[in-house]
Design a protein around this ligand. Sequence first.
Ligand code: AMP
Ligand code: MG
Length: 483
Amino acid sequence: MSWNFHQTYTTLPESLFSHVLPTKVPQPGWAVINATLSSELGLDSDQLSSARGMAELAGCEIPAGSEPIAQAYAGHQFGSFTMLGDGRAVVLGEHVDPTGVRWDVQLKGSGRTPYSRNGDGKAVLGPMLREYIISEAMHALEIPTTRSLAVVTTGEDVFRETAMPGAVLTRIAASHIRVGTFQYAASLQDVGLLQRLADYTIQRHFPELAESDSRYLDLLEWTMRRQVSLITAWMKVGFIHGVMNTDNMAISGETIDYGPCAFIDRYNPATVFSSIDVYGRYAFGNQPPIALWNLSRFAETLLPLLHADRNKAINRAENVLEQYERIYLAQWTDMMRGKLGLGNREEDDHKLIQMLLQRMQQNGEDYINTFRTLMNSLEAPVGIFAADPVLQDWWQCWHNRRDRQPQSDRGALQQMQRATPAVIPRNQRVEEALQAASAEKDYRPLHALLAALQDPYDHQRERSYYQEPPPTGAAPYRTFCGT
Ligand code: AMP
Ligand code: MG
């Protein structure tokens, strides 16, 4: 099957998007193509990998049924409100897969649009491959995320600080409706338009709410709940998004826009990798409160739909958002109980968790590997749990706590193996793969890394090279927005 495009977004008022064609590129070439995702979407992989398929994913040919648009949105970027929009992306259309699920197909790096401002509308190979690697790793980690179908090189240089190879990424997403899309609609001060967008979003992502009398308030609540689950999942694997601007928060609850994102190694909630995040606004431990901040901006856009009386509307929104901290804390604590193999709940579990995290931070222990060591310490402490007297004491508390739960050590181990992956995309391995691909056109390390990141909860598979933390004394890792 080829693309099965059925557009619905274009039934919305045209103030929310612009018809725009991708810019043709001189010489498309494959960088990487995702055969697994292609078959999940019901696409014919021969067709997709043909010269025609490549030309379509480079923006040189428009696939049958496509109606390319750039979407308008606004956003708070590091706290300041700006009018934005797809400045270097077009949505080719909505592909309906054989099971009836609808997907946005977006080309990222496909040239200028009416929303490009001063940008060139282009993307660089390294950052597009980075999005490919990390988004596919997130999917394997069972975290809601946009997917990457392919990266094609364009055969032209893109100028940043120096000339870099250009590329186009094909992104697949449940939709590209963001908090920023609502901010854009709200800024136009047209309640009818806002309501159309809200109804459309409910239809697309929360159809079960469509008949509810309080559907706009429900939209706020369920968007909040999806964000709680998403952030909890990030915290489980040590993921730092890096640019949680409101335009990078999808209402679908998927992780979107992989820029300067990276995974923590040494545990420290203050960790920031992004070179532009000088105040640590999007630090690892700041992600839960920032998500609430973004949801508050979302709630503000919905006020005219919540009640005709603004104070009553604010009151209703506050009643929803004030649940955030409690719901998040409960989910996060359950997630951490999983890491400790605790199958029942006790009031003091939070303390036990915090004691461990605190010591990990003091010692600069690797987040993922500490929990992997704990999996081997069910009967007796090993590694740091044997070497550090503070962790020895902690181990004893943990051991006593496990005596007060019904599940066996075997059950605990299984639970722990689901709560901590055996492998994450280690920063040094990602860099190695990107460097080889973009500087030397050697894609072998990239494919080896992609393969190693599959089945991340399989703790039996040998892949020690991909599990090692960065060498001690390595310079702090830095990421760049890299457009
Ligand atoms: P991002 O940081 O990728 O979320 O992008 C923020 C905004 O800048 C979005 O509206 C992008 O479309 C826009 N943008 C980023 N890079 C470029 C570029 N090279 N040309 C035009 N617009 C861009
Ligand atoms: Mg963005």
